[in-house]
Design a protein around this ligand. Structure first.
Ligand code: HT7
Ligand code: ZN
Length: 876
């Protein structure tokens, strides 16, 4: 396949200032008439052909300036339309008529049908499946859209911008007209038509304009959209307050559909959502679902400024909109909920998804330089690491200069398709700082490592940190340059208070941040009488790994006393990881791991510490997952041994704290009416974490069964079902609960997804058979991305012992399934296949079997570009 390179970027010879689209909708034969106003750019010769992108299109008609185009003037293939000799005038009109079959579109890109609703997905390159176009983000056009449909089939007709027109066409047909005054790239085009229920509300902006808000869902589900609407209004207000950004159209619509490749899409004025991120009530959604809905509604809304008003020049700049918008949604959630808890959750996600990507064959810079298939670059690196890079800019500049830089960005680039260089420049200009070394965070792949050791010289009253940075090699980048790493830190005395120092040399230190710029720094603090404990990378100020020579005593001390909540959590998590790694080695040596009493006691103390928020305590008590431990071990992984060590630690903590956990579990029982707010959710999280421990002890199955039966919300019900299925696999209690759950929710696909997830993640060698059997369940479908991700995705990414079964059966099943999904939906299959990216860190036996599975995919006939790209890079 073709390789696209950043350095090859050139503006096109032509522009399309106006785009006029008419859709005559029908499931098998939709007619799209595009009337494009084309402009030749200044200085371009009239002889330059106009080459438009297509993807599998059927051309019915083409006219240039109102006259039928002659066959000799055109070159037509399903994937390209070339106007060989465009008119010599600077501006001309091109009419293109194409015919589509949305009902047969299972790739869910372009125009397709989901539950009989017509909808579109155009990012990144789906618009070219609708009509021939310059389908690239630097072509900004003003769209006017007319939709015609049978009124019975599609009473609701939506597109971008503001409604301008509607009427009857006779014979049961009607139409609606939409106009979007803001020039936009084709990837932000959207259309929805169908029979949907509406939830209506309104919002008054900071300048007093009233905006009509609509959320459209399957009829009968309107009562499930209230939380999403509330999250939308809070997002709109927050963007005004935190960034001074006001909404700009008269209407803002959100549509929930059940077949969707990703989470949601920020189409201008018409966001389209995976219904999983809209629909919620206490009966069907967990607290995690509520939090995700809030975050994703916010994320898509925030794109209106970061992505839509200022878009990307080309797809290499994807992080310009995605990293920045993730940063904005993280800050929003931190303000709406608990900042510390939010930060810990973000870092856990980053480590679980981005670190393995950065440390494996699919590693790429936050701003990649090449791609074969852009859909494969909607990655944790672009999104999550991209957000961390923006966060570091704020850390380096301080909140005030950061905001000044953002203001300048909006002022300078509104209405443009911008680059990362533009973005960095506004912060340099607003602060007077030089960010050239910092910019490497965008250009260089790999997770930097900092090795840190410390010495205290009592006589000289000096405390010295020796810090060394290194960036491991990544594919096609063997030599790395030195990075600018902002490392937040604290020195803590024996009394738990910060230690004052009189001077510092060896690195620039500002506001509790050491600026690492060289390979080695000796950072010397003077006037330090007593040896302090050091808290490093506070608040996770930089997305790096740390190798710290630190005594367990210091780690215990920090886990009790660090005033930075993130670092305090980190200290305890490091203790847990260290003992799990030691336990893993014991098990490989044929020994039973033993755990120090002071560790299990500390777990008990944290659980009972009323000065800490319940949500924080829940996060602290959640043991690092099998995959987290595998990542930290790094090589020669035997997932069964890791899992056994983890089980042993969980049992040791539960046994040591049995009474106090049981008392706290009882005390946390919620008597109040359900509320999805973060404080109530935190109490549920802590109680369900305790349930997970208690379910390991004698009587645990009965306790979990009771929790399941008395649950009054989905968080408690799903937690209890998880405890039963995981801790008491095959027991009558587990089987009964699984059956009861399935019969109660058989007709609710989003809830059945939880049922699939819980079973797909039950550890052990039986998992592959369970999952294979569930693919035949009535509620499962290979055509629906949510179902596939819940069953197959969970098995491959959240079940280390099942997926990595020693005989390779997990991999074989997985490879077959990926190929089956691929026939319908290459994008979803390609993403699924990334579950094998860390195959080289497995022990040799599993490594060989994983490689065979990858090769079996690679050798399949007619492999899509999406899947081929992932598999070939993974094997390279
Ligand atoms: N910008 C959106 C990305 C997206 C997407 C990309 C490729 C294929 C399908 C897609 N659906 C949505 C989502 C976002 O980041 O906000
Ligand atoms: Zn986004």
């Amino acid at each position: 396949g073709q390789v696209f390179k950043l350095e090859d970027y050139r503006p096109n010879d032509y522009l399309i200032p106006l785009t006029n689209l008419t859709f005559r909708l029908s499931p098998e034969a939709t007619i799209v008439t595009a009337v494009l106003t084309i402009e030749r750019r200044d200085g371009i010769s009239a002889a330059a052909p106009l080459v438009l992108d297509g993807d599998g299109l059927t051309l019915r008609r083409a006219e240039i300036d109102g006259k039928k185009a002659k066959p000799a003037d055109l070159k037509v293939t399903p994937d390209q339309l070339t106007i060989l000799k465009p008119p010599s005038a600077h501006r001309f009109q091109l009419l293109i008529e194409t015919e589509l079959a949305p009902a047969g579109n299972e790739a869910l890109m372009g125009l397709y049908r989901s539950n009989n609703v017509y909808c579109t997905q155009c990012e990144a390159e789906g618009f070219r499946r609708i009509t021939y176009f310059l389908d690239r983000p630097d072509i900004l056009s003003v769209y006017t859209v007319r939709i015609e449909a049978l009124r019975d089939e599609a009473p609701l007709l939506l597109s971008n911008g503001n409604p301008v027109d509607k009427g009857d066409l006779g014979d049961g047909w009607h139409y609606a007209g939409w106009h979007d005054p803001f020039p936009k790239p084709s990837y932000l085009f959207a259309l929805v038509a169908g029979n949907l229920g509406q939830v209506a509300d309104s919002f008054v902006t900071m300048s007093g304009r009233e905006v009509e808000l609509g959320i459209y869902v399957e009829r009968g589900k309107e009562n499930l959209a209230g939380y999403a609407m509330d999250a939308l209004k809070r997002s709109m207000r927050w963007d005004e307050e935190a960034f001074g950004r006001e909404y700009d159209l008269d209407v803002f619509n959100i549509v929930a559909v059940s077949d969707f490749n990703m989470g949601a899409m920020e189409n201008k004025g018409l966001n389209i959502f995976n219904d999983k991120y809209v629909l919620a009530d206490q009966e069907t959604a967990t607290d995690a679902d509520f939090a995700n809905i809030e975050a994703i509604i916010a994320h898509e809304y925030f794109h209106n400024w970061t992505g839509n008003r200022i878009t990307c020049r080309d797809w290499f700049q994807l992080c310009l909109k995605e990293g920045l918008t993730v940063f904005r949604d993280h800050e929003f959630s931190a303000d709406q909920r608990s900042r510390a808890v939010k930060r810990i959750a973000e870092v856990r996600t980053l480590r679980a998804h981005q670190f393995p990507e950065d440390q494996g064959p699919l590693a790429h810079p936050v701003r990649p330089r090449r791609y074969r298939e852009i859909n494969n670059f909607y990655t944790a690196t672009v999104y999550e690491k991209g957000s961390e890079v923006v966060r570091m800019i704020r850390t380096i500049l301080g909140a005030e200069a950061f905001r000044a830089g953002m203001d300048l960005y909006f002022e300078r680039h509104d209405g443009e398709a911008a680059t990362i260089e533009d973005f960095i420049k506004v912060f340099e200009d607003a602060s007077g700082r030089d960010l050239s070394q910092f910019a490497l965070w965008y250009h260089q792949a790999g997770t930097p490592n900092l090795t840190v050791s410390s010495t205290h010289n009592a006589a000289a009253q000096e405390f010295t940190l020796e810090i060394e940075q290194s960036v491991p090699p990544t594919p096609s980048e063997s030599r790395k340059r030195l990075m600018h790493i902002p490392l937040a830190f604290g020195l803590i005395g024996a009394n738990g208070k910060p230690v004052a120092y009189s001077g510092v040399e060896g690195a620039s230190v500002e506001d509790g941040v050491i600026h690492i710029r060289k390979r080695r720094h000796m950072v010397r603090f003077s006037g330090v009488a007593e040896r302090p404990a050091v808290s490093l990378n506070r608040g996770f100020s930089a997305p790096v790994t740390l190798s710290v020579e630190q005594k367990a005593d210091d780690q215990f001390f920090l886990a009790r006393h660090d005033s930075d909540a993130f670092s305090r959590w980190q200290a305890f998590n490091t203790l847990l990881t260290d003992v799990l790694i030691a336990g893993f080695r014991d098990i490989l040596d044929g020994k039973q791991p033993v755990f120090a009493t002071r560790l299990t006691e500390l777990a008990g103390n944290i659980a009972a510490d009323e000065t800490l928020e319940p949500a924080y305590r829940a996060l602290a008590l959640a043991l690092p997952g099998d995959a987290d431990v595998a990542r930290d071990i790094g090589r020669n992984i035997d997932p069964d041994a890791i899992h056994a060590a983890r089980e042993a630690l969980a049992l040791a903590i539960a046994t040591a704290n049995r009474e106090s956990f049981a008392r706290l579990y009882d005390r946390l029982a919620d008597m109040a009416a359900f509320s999805p707010d973060s404080t109530s959710a935190g109490r549920r999280a802590l109680r369900n974490t305790l349930l997970d421990y208690l379910s390991l002890l004698p009587g645990g199955a009965a306790l979990a069964a009771g929790h399941f039966q008395s649950a009054t919300n989905m968080t408690d019900r799903a937690s209890a079902l998880g405890a039963l299925a995981h801790r008491h696999h095959g027991s009558p209690e587990a089987s009964q609960a699984l059956a009861a759950f399935a019969s109660k929710y058989a007709s609710n696909p989003l809830v059945m997804d939880k049922w699939f997830q819980i079973q797909a993640s039950v550890p052990g060698p039986q998992a592959v058979d369970t999952v294979r059997a569930l693919t035949a369940h009535a509620a499962f479908s290979m055509a629906n991305p949510n179902r596939v991700r819940s069953l197959i995705g969970t098995f491959a990414s959240a079940n280390q012992t099942g997926f990595h079964r020693a005989d390779g059966e997990g991999y074989r099943f997985f490879a077959q399934t990926v190929l089956e999904v691929e026939k319908r939906n290459p994008q979803v299959a390609a993403r699924l296949a990334t579950a094998l990216r860390s195959w080289r860190s497995l022990e040799p036996g599993r490594q060989g079997k994983a490689r065979e599975a990858l090769l079996s995919i690679a050798s399949a006939e007619n492999l899509s570009a999406d899947l081929r790209d992932i598999v070939e890079r993974t094997l390279a």
